[in-house]
Design a protein around this ligand. Structure first.
Ligand SMILES: NC(=O)C1=CN([C@@H]2O[C@H](COP(=O)(O)OP(=O)(O)OC[C@H]3O[C@@H](n4cnc5c(N)ncnc54)[C@H](O)[C@@H]3O)[C@@H](O)[C@H]2O)C=CC1
Ligand SMILES: O=C(CO)COP(=O)(O)O
Length: 336
């Protein structure tokens, strides 16, 4: 069976996901909002702004027209920044095919509402959970676009829809697992960005593998704690969408979130870091939204709290580090 997918958003991940779908043998159209990006994809088979040096297959097609991208799509893959999704999807509503599964590729939580991306999609498009999917895992765009061996999770409350998404995205170099734990997959993807900001700060301060491992491990514990409170399956956090994505992102210099934190740790001001960050580092805005969610559910998230204090309340990084390491002594626990 050949599926048709509209990929909405021609940044680094939308473009890479388009290539993946094409390599998996599907029909795919990429929507981009900037004419020069669409033209470069169609004419030069490249997206120089987001994936310089990666040659896209000649069959990959981009358009500026959302109606052209969305017509007849089985899947609509949403790859815009988490904070603009509500607005973007609202504009595309009249064009959405009635039976399409709407798939979030995004790893963020909405500021102001603390809604996960699947919740925003369900609410804006007024579709049931069975028509909302999530695709996530340790997937650094440049590596996936380069055809390096990789894997991800296709999650949907409707197992059959997850299987269809799996079959639309499996290639000889990329393996996809299914899950019905949408909440767990989304939280793994969104909250690891906040941990990666923190690991980046530690790297920028000159701290080594021991400190980074501490942050990743306790970061995973706080992700699992929030997940448990929100009804996720704790096992999800041991998988690709949890530990996999956390480790991949926190260890990679390609990660925008880790790099953002690293620049801060090296002593750049927040404004300076923002001005050199050309792509979306979702954790920066999502940190506040995740903290809000944690407070609402009475969940302690000390790393998220420290990152939020540094990014949004002017706390010096060294002070945040001291606040984390000097927390009250306790037994080591994982989950709730
Ligand atoms: N880059 C990666 O390795 C991965 C990224 N993701 C997630 O994918 C989502 C998209 O990220 P990337 O493609 O990496 O970001 P990016 O920064 O490379 O591209 C962002 C895209 O969104 C567009 N955009 C920006 N503001 C917009 C607006 N107001 N309306 C519509 N479009 C707008 C940009 O033109 C660009 O095409 C994020 O949630 C990210 O966490 C997930 C897995 C891997
Ligand atoms: O989600 C990602 C890898 O799985 C990409 O991480 P960054 O957004 O930090 O680059």
């Amino acid at each position: 069976m050949t599926y048709r997918t509209a990929v909405m958003g021609a940044g680094s991940w939308g473009t890479t996901f388009t290539k993946l779908l094409h390599d998996a043998g599907g029909e795919v159209v990429l929507w981009g909002r900037r004419p020069e990006v669409v033209e470069a994809v169609n004419e030069r088979h490249e997206n120089p702004d987001y994936l310089p040096g990666v040659t896209l297959p000649a069959g990959v097609r981009a358009t500026l027209d959302p109606a052209e991208a969305l017509a007849g799509a089985d899947f609509v893959a949403l790859a815009v920044p988490a904070q603009t999704l509500r607005h973007n999807l609202g504009a595309w509503l009249p064009l959405l095919p009635p039976d399409a599964v709407l798939v979030s590729l995004m790893k963020g939580v909405e500021l102001g509402t603390s809604r996960r991306m699947s919740e925003v999609i369900g609410e804006v498009a007024n579709v049931p959970a069975e028509r909302v999917g999530v695709f996530c895992g340790p997937n650094l765009a440049r590596e996936v676009a380069g055809g390096e061996p990789g894997a991800a999770v296709a999650a949907c409350a409707d197992e059959d829809a997850a299987r269809r998404l799996q079959s639309a995205t499996m290639t000889p170099y990329f393996r996809v697992y299914t899950s019905t734990d949408v909440v767990g997959c989304e939280l793994g993807g969104a909250v690891k960005n906040i941990v990666a900001l923190c690991v980046g700060m530690a790297v920028g301060l000159g701290f080594g593998a021991s400190t980074q491992a501490l942050l990743m491990t306790r970061g995973l514990a706080e992700i699992a704690r929030l997940g448990a409170a929100l009804g996720a399956d704790e096992h999800t956090f041991a998988g690709l969408a949890g530990m996999g994505d956390l480790v991949g992102t926190c260890m990679s210099p390609l990660s925008r979130n880790r790099t953002f934190g690293e620049n801060l740790g090296r002593g750049m001001t927040l404004d300076e870091v923002i001005s050199v960050t050309k792509q979306t580092a979702e954790g920066v805005k999502s940190a506040e939204a995740v903290l809000e969610l944690a407070r609402k559910h009475n969940v302690e998230m000390p790393i998220t709290e420290a990152v939020t204090a540094v990014l949004h309340h002017g706390m010096p990084i060294k002070e945040a580090a001291i606040s984390l390491i000097s927390r009250s002594p306790k037994p080591e626990r994982y989950g709730l």
